[in-house]
Design a protein around this ligand. Structure first.
Ligand code: CTP
Ligand code: MG
Length: 232
């Protein structure tokens, strides 16, 4: 079975602001995207890499691929209007790349400090599961609120986890989940495993330990933390 990693870099980074999307910011002498793609390009369990990015950045990413000597990048494809649209682009690109059965890892380009061990744990889990995501415990109590900000539910903290990427799937599984989602006018999602949970309730999504360093660059205040981690 072939393993394809798709790096989602199709966002514009509105929360962090600035002229350049956050995945194209420098971090420790490389671009954020170069760290994320590099982790999968270098992983022995990954056979091919797909980068999903904004259409206007395709030439830049192709040049980066040459400059960074990535040897597994097989496609650089345009993303969608939202993250789910970019996941769909990744699924389609993965289908075109392989005729045999495929495992697809979908990773946020904005998580440049993903480590080889987390990737390995996901791949190991996919030996027996159809879907997997890395998670870490949450430190804060998390509450659910209504539209007016009043508490509606306080889930027990022991049962809560913060979700990271890469999230891994049998390609057929994630493809079918998104096919069903496309028929739902109310569909919205911020990650991929939740699409499987919602539209393929018979499929069990397993979790593996993530890493505290595998954070998502989201806000301007995150930049200092990332710089400090790179310096370690
Ligand atoms: N992403 C994508 N295509 C989109 C939107 C997001 O590929 N249309 C990617 C981002 O590039 C990022 C990952 O999905 O690597 C996680 O999304 P997020 O952190 O929300 O990034 P942005 O959408 O770029 O940021 P913001 O929500 O602040 O605009
Ligand atoms: Mg976003």
């Amino acid at each position: 079975m072939k393993t394809i990693a798709a790096i989602l870099a199709g966002g514009s980074g509105t929360r962090i602001g600035g002229e350049v999307p956050k995945q194209m910011l420098p971090l420790g002498g490389k671009l954020v995207l170069a760290h994320s793609v590099g982790a999968f390009d270098a992983h022995p369990g990954v056979d091919a890499v797909v980068v999903v990015c904004r259409e206007d950045l395709i030439p830049t990413v192709q040049e980066l691929s040459v400059r960074e000597h990535w040897c597994k990048v097989r496609a650089v494809v345009p993303g969608g209007a939202d993250r789910s649209g970019s996941s769909l682009a990744a699924i389609r690109a993965a289908r075109l790349l392989a005729s045999e059965e495929v495992r697809l890892l979908i990773h946020d380009a904005a998580r440049p400090l993903v480590d080889a061990e987390t990737i390995s744990r996901c791949l190991q889990a996919l030996e027996s599961a159809d879907a997997v995501e890395p998670v870490v415990p949450v430190a804060d109590t998390i509450v659910q609120v209504d539209a007016d900000g009043f508490l509606t539910h306080v889930p027990a903290r022991d049962s809560l986890r913060a979700v990271q990427t890469p999230q891994g799937f049998r390609l057929d599984t994630i493809g079918e989940a998104y096919r069903r989602a496309a028929a739902d006018p109310a569909f919205t999602a911020t990650d991929d495993a939740s699409v499987v949970l919602r539209y393929l309730p018979g499929v069990r999504v397993c979790t593996v330990p993530g890493s505290p360093r595998n954070r998502k660059l989201t806000l301007p205040s995150d930049l200092d933390w990332f710089e400090s981690q790179i310096a370690l």
